[in-house]
Design a protein around this ligand. Structure first.
Ligand code: NAP
Length: 202
């Protein structure tokens, strides 16, 4: 399989998708960004308005894109940027999650995008599955300590029961997303041994 000359990025307005558009810049292919809202044009990309629930618009978005589609599965750990969801309470000096003293190797979304750009441009990775993590696992207490040091203000972490965490998010996030978060934290708490991977994609 040859390197692609045109790549369609779905979710281009999203956290990972927008980072992937940036990561593909300068690597050779024409980058086509799929957007749902025509007003949200992505700079430095060819824009196409389409919705994945609409087969016709999706087919039109794929016109001219290099196909003979293989697949590579990227399995990223917790996004480092997901911690920004705690920004409001961190500003008050605390944050809480149902994670206890379990350590998690959160990954920066720019590293996920770099890995995705690498596998797109290196077709020999087709068919493989990669688990993507940050370089080391840290506890939320260690994150609180790092935030305290960086802001020169005490930031306290409190581990809370899953039910309390879910109740605090009721009405903020849809139920399916709250359930998913609680499940993610439970999985991290149960994970033994604590795992991380060494970056190997370039
Ligand atoms: N947060 C974490 O720690 C974490 C960890 C691992 C995996 N994940 C998963 O990774 C995925 C990507 O995450 P993310 O943070 O990049 O998501 P995100 O910022 O919410 O972006 C989602 C993107 O999908 C687009 N989209 C949604 N429905 C669409 C449809 N019907 N047709 C076309 N585009 C559609 C959105 O477009 P609009 O802008 O138009 O809405 C947006 O660009 C998510 O499934 C997330 O659950 C998250």
């Amino acid at each position: 399989m040859n390197q692609p000359s045109t790549v369609l990025v779905t979710g281009a307005t999203g956290t990972v998708g927008s980072a992937l558009v940036a990561a593909l810049q300068g690597r050779g292919p024409t980058v086509r960004a799929m957007i749902r809202d025509p007003a949200r044009q992505i700079a430095d990309a060819e824009n196409v308005v389409a919705d994945l629930t609409d087969a016709d618009s999706t087919a039109a978005a794929l016109k001219g894109v290099d196909i003979d589609i293989g697949h590579t599965i990227l399995r990223p750990n917790l996004y480092l940027q997901a911690l920004l969801a705690f920004a409001d309470t961190i500003a008050e000096g605390w944050f809480a999650a149902p994670i206890g003293d379990a350590a998690v190797s959160a990954i920066d979304i720019r590293d996920i995008a770099a890995a995705a750009a690498a596998v797109i441009m290196e077709p020999e990775s087709t068919g493989r599955t990669y688990t993507l993590t940050g370089p080391r696992a840290v506890t939320h207490q260690q994150i609180a300590d790092a935030l305290s040091a960086a802001t020169e203000r005490p930031i306290r972490f409190q581990s809370v029961p899953a039910e309390q965490f879910a109740a605090a998010l009721a009405g903020v996030l849809p139920p399916w997303q709250v359930e998913g978060l609680v499940e993610d934290y439970a999985t991290t708490r149960a994970a033994r041994p604590r795992r991380w991977t060494t970056p190997s994609l370039t």
